[in-house]
Design a protein around this ligand. Structure first.
Ligand code: CA
Length: 159
């Protein structure tokens, strides 16, 4: 019991430290060296979601490895997100995709079957859950979706 309380205290201190560094007042959830914030009530188009993350000292969450993808997917599932379409930090055009933080070609991708399909000019990246696993999809940037911001203590933010 004492160990659990200590773990909770350390978690709270970790979040407080991140919020002090970023001046972020959003309720972050810590996962390892990262902290996430999911906004699912006030949905935004990709551009506004990106801006809101940046204004909070964060960035749209990025996927740079299979490990990170699974961490993000597990976090979203644990937090109870089942049917949300969620913006993440990736943009693309005509098959060439970049992720943010800093911008670079995608180091890892887990697209759903036949995605990215660029249906109706889909140039922004979201996560969605088809059956059990989460996948990436390209979607119209102007559509309002939930979004996930991240803070990663191992990363220098340049966007
Ligand atoms: Ca698509």
């Amino acid at each position: 019991m004492a160990r659990f309380a200590l773990k909770l205290l350390l978690l709270a201190l970790g979040i407080a430290r991140i919020q002090a560094i970023t001046n972020c007042t959003l309720p972050l959830s810590r996962v390892g060296e990262k902290a996430y914030y999911v906004e699912s009530k006030e949905k935004q188009n990709w551009y506004d979601a990106n801006e809101r993350c940046i204004r909070a000292g964060l960035q749209l969450a990025t996927v740079d490895s299979e490990y990170k993808f699974n961490e993000l997917a597990d976090f979203l599932s644990t937090m109870g997100y089942r049917s949300d379409w969620i913006w993440i930090g990736g943009i693309g055009r005509q098959g060439s995709w970049l992720q943010f933080g800093p911008a670079r070609p995608l180091p890892y991708a887990k697209w759903y079957i036949s995605q990215p399909d660029n249906l109706n000019s889909e140039n922004c990246m979201n996560l969605y859950r088809i059956a059990e696993p989460w996948y990436m999809n390209d979607y119209s940037c102007r559509t309002k979706l939930s979004y996930i911001c991240e803070y990663d203590s191992t990363r220098i933010y340049t966007n």
